[in-house]
Write a protein that binds this ligand. Structure first.
Ligand code: ATP
Ligand code: MG
Length: 149
């Protein structure tokens, strides 16, 4: 169904801001209007990405969430300043049960399913999910959705 995209983003962000005092969730939104997609599942994807940004950012950092129109798509990005992901592991994080291993890994509990599920949802909605990261500096996860449906 159609839903107001910024209302959905605001709702999820407010909800997750309440779960952390250490991080500040900052939003930078272009006006989008309504989008045709499964609102609950897109909300779940956004929740997964922001939860990861929080979980993998041990310091008191800002997490920037942006939303913009690019061509005939809406693009949402979640940028953190956390532990980052080694370049040679980056394309594997979307695999089922894959978790980046390392000596800090045990301090970040999880199953390795959030990104796999998110990428399946975004694929089904006709969009893409991708990531950029620099180890030790932070990560940016973005997804797109078609606007013209
Ligand atoms: P869960 O199933 O609870 O989401 P998870 O967070 O381990 O567990 P994914 O969300 O699928 O699983 O992420 C897969 C792996 O990718 C993580 O284990 C982590 O190593 C890495 N990762 C994901 N997001 C980030 C991020 N923002 N910063 C650093 N590493 C990340
Ligand atoms: Mg996760």
């Amino acid at each position: 169904a159609h839903f107001n995209f910024l209302d959905m983003l605001n709702f999820v962000i407010e909800d997750l801001q309440r779960t952390t005092e250490r991080h500040t969730l900052i939003q930078n939104f272009e006006n989008i209007g309504s989008v045709f997609a499964d609102q609950e599942r897109i909300g779940q994807v956004l929740t997964n990405l922001i939860s990861n940004a929080i979980k993998y950012s041990p310091g008191a950092t800002e997490i920037n969430i942006s939303c913009s129109v690019q061509g005939d798509e809406v693009v949402v990005c979640v940028e953190d300043h956390g532990i980052g992901i080694p370049e040679d592991k980056l394309n594997r994080v979307f695999e089922q049960f894959y978790r980046v291993s390392g000596n800090m890994q045990h301090t970040f509990p999880g199953l390795g399913l959030g990104l796999y599920i998110s990428s399946e949802i975004i694929k089904r909605e006709g969009g893409r999910l991708w990531a950029n990261s620099v180890e030790g500096k932070g990560s940016t996860f973005c997804f797109s959705l078609p606007l013209s449906r």
